[in-house]
Design a protein around this ligand. Structure first.
Ligand SMILES: [Zn+2]
Length: 175
């Protein structure tokens, strides 16, 4: 396995309804065709995330991808379908769906579980491009904030367990 240290996010720069209703495999095949036309030997991305959150594998993770000219070492490239007309500091929701948001966060978690901690950046963090048409660092900080502020079970007051049990008897178990 090659050494991995970054997940790099891209957009396909397609309209929201691009190839709507067609199987994701056909969309992946189409992007592969674009990349073959550009002289790549396969689709450049390792994963493609459809508008409905479905994820398809592109190039095998073991293989060096093609997403950032001259800087593909250590990177796993993920492409979100959409993003046409965007600029580099747009917000995620402007171009991508809530299903893509969830799918991308889950995919990042799965990849970190499988391959260890990796930085998560956008194509636009490496090159003069709008791709992936949003600010990945800002999106990521929401991600971390959500994790940090996620369920922290807290006692409403600091009472010993026996006292809380007695109070629960009188409050229907809410103490
Ligand atoms: Zn890109």
């Amino acid at each position: 396995m090659r050494m991995l240290n970054e997940i790099t996010i891209h957009g396909s720069v397609t309209d929201p309804d691009w190839m709507a209703g067609r199987p994701l495999a056909e969309k992946v095949a189409e992007i592969r065709r674009w990349h073959l036309n550009r002289g790549f030997n396969d689709i450049g991305y390792h994963f493609v995330v459809d508008r409905d959150g479905e994820v398809a594998a592109g190039r095998a993770v073991e293989r060096l991808g093609a997403g950032v000219a001259g800087q593909n070492t250590g990177k796993i490239h993920i492409c979100l379908l959409g993003g046409r007309g965007g600029v580099g500091d747009d917000v995620f929701e402007t171009h991508y769906t809530a299903d893509q948001d969830t799918a991308l966060r889950n995919l990042i978690d799965d990849l970190q579980d499988d391959h260890g901690a990796m930085a998560v950046r956008g194509h636009n963090d490496h090159a003069a491009t709008a791709c992936p048409q949003f600010d990945v660092a800002a999106w990521l900080s929401e991600f971390e904030t959500a994790r940090i502020t996620a369920p922290v079970p807290e006692d409403p007051f600091d009472a010993p367990r026996w006292l809380r049990r007695i109070i629960a008897l009188f409050t229907g178990g809410r103490a």
